[in-house]
Write a protein that binds this ligand. Structure first.
Ligand SMILES: Cc1cc2nc3c(=O)[nH]c(=O)nc-3n(C[C@H](O)[C@H](O)[C@H](O)COP(=O)(O)OP(=O)(O)OC[C@H]3O[C@@H](n4cnc5c(N)ncnc54)[C@H](O)[C@@H]3O)c2cc1C
Length: 1010
């Protein structure tokens, strides 16, 4: 556990400045530069570099030959042409391929197959091997597979088993296309056999498996890479250049459970020696060892690792030229990356290898940018732009051939022909071509017949279970309409389209992003809040600059008497504010949102200092507050506009909503800006005045929000901040006769106390909106992917130190996969960093105060006697930190209390998942529920059965986004309506129907003139 020493004794103090563990500047330019500008640079780098008609003339015969004489595996490509991933059938195939092989129990395998095949129609599939098998499986399924939930009879069960067996076989065949061998010896044998036909063929073996979640995973993958290197070395000639020997591709994410930019220091300390051990063996045997390219976020980190290795190669194996890095042309920084790799080689005097690919994670890069509200996309948004970038990169690589041996990895005949043309023009010979095993075989058969150039096959090795993530990427690639291999197999795509010049396509368009930037995600409705990317040095610097300035001011407490006076002022101010046009109030909110956006770094710093948030949590929270302001502004304009109602002629009926009076808004410390702002904004924009009582622990951030709202135009008497204890100030406000409504987020007992206090008052019945806690569960069935489960669980249970009402408290795993999943969660939890929230590397910060710490400690003491502890103790009373804790329990009912800390309870279930949901429902809470299953109909059925306000399928259960996942629960979890949803504002309103008899003054004119 990391130690930290920030003395959080009082709130009026300056915090020490943490060390930024990451490099102060990035090696590469901003990944979010505007796409048109980057594209223009790439195009100009290619000016006059290519004779495209000649490129086409080279590639056309290859295409014709492949279409006339398809290679043996063509069946799969055809299959995916018939059933692209955009169709039900293609999607079913992909989903079965992803999940079916790992399901250990027959019941679930049957349910999964029925679920996916039930919606697909493979009738009349082409008659090639895989297609035939799939068709057979599907045809059988029509007769035998039960619908989800129905109990199949004996014959049907036998039938279902055969269908599943047939489908399994089809999926296995699909997978086998992409794997060279089950183990390295097997793969080496096959590689040798392949070389009999093509003596110059080389391989880069890829030991399947990626994304270690635990240290044990990382150790396992390291061992598997070591064994592979030993085996490859035995077959290699150490006197030959690495380009002439087989080699190995590795993924850094497989070698460290926290291969993330925020863990820079630890990665450099722990990961580099692991990779170095592999480098040494590769160097001794003169092999090519290539580091695969993964997510953009990890690029800078991979460069730092790469340079550390290159420097050591220069010292210890100066003659070895086999260290390599894969580069993705879809990245907007790809050309600069090549310059940087060349610079690394020159700086250290080592020759390197570079594999140029287009990139395999395109969809997830787009999603990440949208989710984090980043300034742009780090990848090109149209396929032909990536093609142009690839060619610009190829040129840069060929230019750097004094220090870089280029490896062009593509299956696209046009791209290959263009690269070969450029290489010929320059007289370059220091390069090779690469393809994936099971892909592009036809094209390469033709290319290699024409030209004498080295070719290397990227050859995955491993058991089926480890193939799944890789297989999905391949199916996506083969099944995507835009991909070359897909179009090649589709004879309806003519030569013109297949070999169109990407430069020409770019010339005919403006280069703008193909879809809205993250800031415009919600179109005309409202701007999306903008975030920062802590992986980018310049963004981090903005946060740290704010941190250097941050001070947490002392906020004076109000007395009960001041609370009463404030309530009277609020009541008096109501009429004027309520009569302001809604558009004006909405404009005020929007101005406040813009001000918050401009102040994002200082607000984050204040959240870290006062509420002990980690930086990613702080950024997310400020964004949520901004979203609340803009969403409620837009919603108010929609909902408060008068609605004309139909009725008899001669009469006009109008319904309109307006404010109720003075509202008391009581918010918690765990979202001291977002929930505070959300409550206040909703009340204000609907015409109410507000008495805002923040949590005692976090008044400074609330005061800052109030300051911004006042500056945006909310009059002082319309929004008043009243800081103080709940028992005095809160209670006094609630008891005030002038109060027209209360909105509260906090614990269930306090909500009940408020409800009783309101009920005891004379006068009007006052509405209460209460959002309280939850005992949130996640149900995992045996079709779920353990890695995805572990990620979701660790984020949901331990992020924010478990201090979210949405946090996961109870994990229910199907017994058939429970051992593996629990072990992975355990290992992943242990890899988390507990400590000072101001440190970027920290995952789990402290609990909010001593009282919270004591409460959690009491629960832990109880659990240690009643349940099986699966993680070592890790409480530190001095810093109020609690390391993640995991306990195994036997019954759902044992988890009946909400523990507001990083404490997760886990149990194994068997039988019907509906029974588990029924038991969770019986706990009485109803906030969030997680479901991890690949059986879509099961997810739908369980969600319908669940008494939970927010159900999340195959993802984490936290971080609800305003207007996207309206948030709030039922039962013991709150009254509703959901915050950030369309039903929230009406609860703050009174309604009026205005009926005017239009015939009163002289008859029904409207009828006469109709
Ligand atoms: C030997 C080898 C090793 C590889 N290693 C890696 C690796 O380490 N890391 C990695 O990420 N990938 C790797 N790949 C996978 C590689 O990224 C894909 O196979 C490759 O992108 C397919 O390109 P293509 O030229 O064959 O096909 P094409 O059909 O010409 O291009 C398809 C590619 O275009 C891009 N694209 C698709 N749609 C869009 C869009 N709308 N906007 C912008 N771009 C788009 C994507 O990158 C997509 O993969 C490797 C591939 C090979 C052959």
């Amino acid at each position: 556990m990391r130690e930290f020493t920030i003395p959080y004794a009082g709130i009026a103090m300056l915090h020490p400045i943490p060390q930024d563990p990451l490099p102060r500047t990035d090696r590469l330019p901003d990944p979010y530069r505007a796409e048109p500008a980057v594209l223009a640079e790439r195009r100009s780098a290619l000016d006059g570099a290519l004779d495209w008609p000649a490129v086409r003339a080279s590639a056309e015969p290859w295409v014709c030959a492949v279409r006339e004489n398809p290679p043996p595996f063509w069946a799969m490509e055809r299959l995916l042409t018939e059933y692209p991933i955009s169709s039900h059938e293609g999607l079913a195939l992909m989903r079965l391929a992803e999940a079916l092989l790992r399901v250990p129990d027959t019941e679930t395998a049957i349910a999964l197959t029925a679920d996916q095949l039930g919606r697909a129609d493979f009738e009349g599939a082409s008659d090639a091997v895989i297609a035939r098998l799939s068709s057979a499986a599907i045809a059988l399924s029509k007769r035998w597979l039960p619908a989800e939930g129905s109990a199949p009879g004996l014959v049907a069960r036998l039938g279902a088993r055969s269908v599943v067996a047939a489908t399994l076989r089809a999926v296995q065949l699909l997978g086998r296309q992409f794997v060279l061998g089950e183990d390295i010896e097997d793969a080496l044998r096959r590689a040798e056999a392949g070389r009999r036909a093509h003596p110059t063929l080389r391989h880069s073996f890829d030991m399947l498996g990626e994304g270690a979640r635990t240290e044990a995973d990382a150790a396992h993958y390291l061992q598997s890479y070591r064994q592979a290197l030993e085996a490859i070395a035995r077959h290699a000639d150490p006197m030959r250049h690495p380009s002439l020997n087989d080699g190995l591709s590795i993924k850094l994410s497989a070698l460290h459970p926290r291969y993330e930019p925020a863990q820079h220091e630890r990665v450099m300390r722990e990961l580099v020696p692991r990779v170095w051990a592999l480098c040494e063996r590769a160097a001794q045997a003169s092999l090519n060892l290539t580091i695969d390219a993964e997510e953009v976020e990890r690029l800078e980190l991979s460069l730092d690792v790469f340079e550390a290795l290159a420097a050591r190669v220069a010292r210890e194996y100066p003659l070895w030229e086999g260290l390599g890095l894969a580069l993705q042309a879809y990245q907007t920084r790809a050309v600069e990356l090549i310059d940087e790799v060349a610079a690394i080689g020159r700086r250290h005097g080592v020759r390197l290898m570079c594999r140029l690919v287009k990139g395999a994670y395109w969809d997830s890069e787009i999603k990440r940018a949208q989710e984090l509200g980043l300034p742009g996309y780090p990848v090109f948004t149209r396929k032909h732009r990536t093609d142009v970038s690839y060619l610009a990169c190829a040129r840069a690589l060929l230019d750097a051939d004094d220090v870089v041996f280029a490896q062009f990895a593509t299956h696209n005949a046009g791209t290959i022909a263009a690269v070969l043309q450029m290489a010929r023009q320059r007289g370059s010979t220091r390069f090779e071509l690469q393809r994936l095993h099971g892909m592009g075989e036809g094209v390469y058969r033709e290319v290699l017949r024409d030209v004498d150039v080295g070719c290397r096959v990227y050859a995955p090795v491993g058991a089926h279970r480890d193939l799944l993530a890789y297989l999905v990427r391949r199916l996506l690639e083969n099944g995507a309409n835009s991909s070359f291999v897909h179009q090649l197999a589709d004879e309806s795509v003519g030569m013109e389209a297949l070999l169109e010049s990407p430069m020409e396509r770019c010339a005919s368009e403006d280069g703008k992003p193909a879809f809205a930037l993250p800031a415009r995600l919600y179109g005309a409705q409202r701007p999306n809040s903008e975030g920062l990317d802590p992986a980018v040095a310049e963004h981090r610097e903005r946060l740290f600059a704010a941190w250097r300035q941050v001070a947490v001011p002392r906020v004076p407490e109000a007395s009960a008497g001041e609370a009463s006076a404030a309530a009277r002022r609020a009541a008096e101010a109501f009429d004027a504010w309520n009569h302001r046009p809604v558009a004006e109030r909405a404009a005020v909110l929007r101005r406040a949102a813009d001000a918050m956006q401009a102040q994002l770094p200082p607000l984050c710093a204040l959240l870290v200092a006062e509420a002990r948030k980690t930086w990613p949590d702080a950024i997310a929270e400020v964004r949520e507050a901004i979203d609340f302001l803009r969403y409620y502004a837009t919603e108010a304009e929609r909902l408060l506009a008068p609605v004309e109602l139909p009725g008899p002629t001669g009469e006009r009926n109008t319904l309109r909503l307006h404010g109720r009076g003075a509202w008391v808004c009581i918010s918690p410390w765990n979202f001291p800006l977002a929930i505070f702002t959300g409550q206040v904004a909703a009340a204000l924009v609907t015409g109410n005045t507000v008495l805002a009582k923040p949590a005692e622990q976090t008044p400074a951030i609330a005061r800052e929000a109030v300051r911004l709202l006042h500056a945006a135009g909310v009059p002082a008497e319309v929004l008043q901040l009243l800081h103080g204890p709940g028992e005095t100030v809160g209670a006094a406000l609630v008891a005030e006769p002038a109060v027209a409504g209360v909105v509260f987020t906090g614990s269930t007992p306090v909500a009940k106390a408020i409800q009783r206090a309101l009920a005891a008052k004379d006068g009007p019945i006052v509405p209460l909106i209460a959002e309280t806690g939850g005992v949130n569960a996640m149900l995992v069935d045996s079709s779920a992917l353990p890695e995805q489960v572990a990620d979701a669980v660790v984020q949901s249970a331990f992020r924010s130190a478990g201090q979210r009402c949405s946090a996961l408290r109870l994990l229910c795993v199907h017994e058939s996969i429970a051992d593996g999943v629990i072990e992975m969660v355990r290992g992943a939890a242990q890899a988390l960093v507990v400590g000072d929230p101001a440190d970027l590397a920290t995952d789990v910060g402290p609990l909010i105060d001593a009282e919270a710490f004591d409460g959690v400690a009491r629960h832990l003491a109880r659990l240690r006697t009643t349940a099986r502890a699966l993680l070592p103790e890790g409480e530190d009373a001095a810093t109020h930190t609690v390391a993640p804790q995991l306990f195994e329990i036997r019954h759902v009912a044992e988890a009946s209390q909400e523990i507001f800390g990083p404490v997760l309870q886990v149990l194994r279930w068997r039988g019907d998942p509906k029974d588990v949901i029924a038991q969770v429902n019986a706990l009485g809470y109803g906030l969030t529920l997680g479901l991890q299953t690949r059986i879509d109909s099961r997810a739908q059925a369980l969600a319908a059965q669940a008494r939970a306000g927010n159900v999340y399928v195959n993802r984490n259960t936290i971080g609800a986004v305003v207007g996207v996942q309206p948030f709030g629960g039922e039962g013991l979890s709150g009254t509703g309506p959901k915050a950030g949803g369309p039903h929230y504002l009406p609860r703050f309103c009174a309604e009026q129907t205005l009926t005017i008899n239009t015939t009163a003054a002289g008859g029904n004119v409207a009828l006469f003139s109709a």
